[in-house]
Write a protein that binds this ligand. Structure first.
Ligand SMILES: *[C@@H]1O[C@H](CO)[C@@H](O)[C@H](O)[C@H]1NC(C)=O
Ligand SMILES: *[C@@H]1O[C@H](CO)[C@@H](O)[C@H](O)[C@H]1NC(C)=O
Length: 372
């Protein structure tokens, strides 16, 4: 799916004084810039930060995957191009005005606890979405099957509403009546050859009892003994003998009930799914951005040290501007690459370590975020 926008999430030391340059010079000054409001968290030990950095990187990807699954489902069950909302706010505005939800996630908790709290919620929602989607898929295929039975063409639909008992030979020990759906284009082939397909077809017994745009439905009467062979010959000619049909009032009623029931079930599970998936999009998206906020913070502390003195910024690439993002990344590395240099006292070991655990490693904290 095409992204509706991309962002670079940046964290740079306050001393780099980056804001004005980002706004006026990056990519020719063509990218809107917003503050990314990351609160101060309770920092634990260096070991726990390194572990959290790894966990956050995985979780970040996992939640992005959940959102993409949710968006797929949303586009399948809602009208195309429907606007997406996070907490009642259009998604891009939510991103650009992101603020940590302190009433939901108290920042006096440890970073580890916050990660667990946020991710458990999101992962359990993701599970609900998957199982509800599965239920909807089942309901939908049941309904489609019932719909084919009721409204399909004469080669597949149920014939209970079409065929009447008097069109069948029912009181003979030796004779039977077979129904065959024949493509209209093969009318003359069928009519000139059915009597001789097998022995003992009753001559001139073929009668068209129904038709739709593609098929004529014939009854043919013949000796029971040759019925199987006749059916096989019909199949060889790609006609559709309807041996599944057996006249019964009960079956007719069952079919009507099945259609109504599967239709109601499909529509109910679609509504359930739509409701859940809208909530899930909003909640998982919010969880994802809270995880990003923690991730940016943890990485910044790992790179730039304590006390925290860094500024977090979102640089926006609109749909028309998406292609400029890799060029902008290069400009950023040229401008701020010195931050990762040897001169960055005492942290070079940590930098090496981080570059092993974090595949998106850059000389400063930078993540690319795709909003789909
Ligand atoms: C914070 O979370 C609560 C509970 O989910 C929610 O009702 C509220 O709208 C959120 N506030 C913001 C500003 O997102
Ligand atoms: C950004 O991308 C657009 C479309 O690809 C291009 O026309 C424009 O010149 C680019 N702007 C800059 C400043 O690179």
């Amino acid at each position: 799916m095409d992204p509706i926008a991309k962002y670079l999430v940046l964290s740079l030391p306050t001393s780099a004084n980056a804001h004005e340059w980002l706004e006026k010079s990056l990519n020719g000054g063509n990218c809107p810039v917003a503050n990314f409001n990351v609160p101060d968290f309770q920092v634990g030990t260096l070991d726990s930060l390194v572990q959290e950095s790894e966990d956050l990187s995985k979780l970040d990807q996992q939640l992005a995957g959940s959102i993409s699954k949710v968006v797929d489902i949303l586009s399948a069950v809602s009208e195309p191009g429907a606007a997406r909302f996070v907490n009642g706010t259009p998604v891009l505005r939510y991103v650009e005005s992101f603020s940590w939800n302190t009433s939901k996630y108290r920042v006096d908790k440890s970073i580890g606890d916050l990660i667990k709290l946020i991710s458990n919620e999101a992962i359990s929602l993701d599970g609900d979405v998957r199982s509800t989607y599965q239920q909807y898929q089942t309901a939908k295929s049941n309904f489609l099957a019932a719909d084919r039975k009721r409204n399909g063409d004469l080669s597949i639909k149920s014939l209970h509403e079409i065929v009447r008992p008097e069109q069948f030979v029912t009181d003979s020990e030796h004779l039977t009546t077979i129904l065959v759906a024949v493509p209209k284009s093969q009318k003359s082939d069928f009519e000139s050859s059915y009597e001789t397909l097998v022995q003992f077809v009753i001559p001139r017994s073929a009668e068209v009892i129904a038709q739709d745009s593609e098929f004529n439905l014939y009854t043919v009467t013949l000796f029971k003994k040759y019925a199987n062979e006749f059916v096989t010959k019909c199949r060889e000619k790609k006609w559709s003998p309807r041996t599944d049909f057996e006249y019964s009032e009960d079956k007719l009623n069952d079919m009507r009930k099945e259609f109504d029931l599967t239709r109601a079930t499909e529509s109910r599970s679609k509504n359930d799914l739509l409701r859940l998936v809208k909530t899930a999009y909003s909640d998982i998206f919010a969880a994802w951005f809270h995880i990003k906020a923690i991730r940016v913070y943890v990485e910044s502390v790992l790179r730039y040290g304590l006390p925290p003195q860094f500024d977090c910024t979102l640089v926006k690439f609109e749909r028309s501007n998406l292609k400029n993002i890799s060029k902008a990344r290069k400009e950023l590395v040229a401008k701020f690459g010195y931050l990762g240099g040897d001169g960055f006292s005492g942290k070079s070991n940590l930098n090496e370590y981080a570059s092993l655990v974090d595949t998106e490693y850059e000389p400063f904290v930078m993540y690319e975020v795709e909003i789909i």
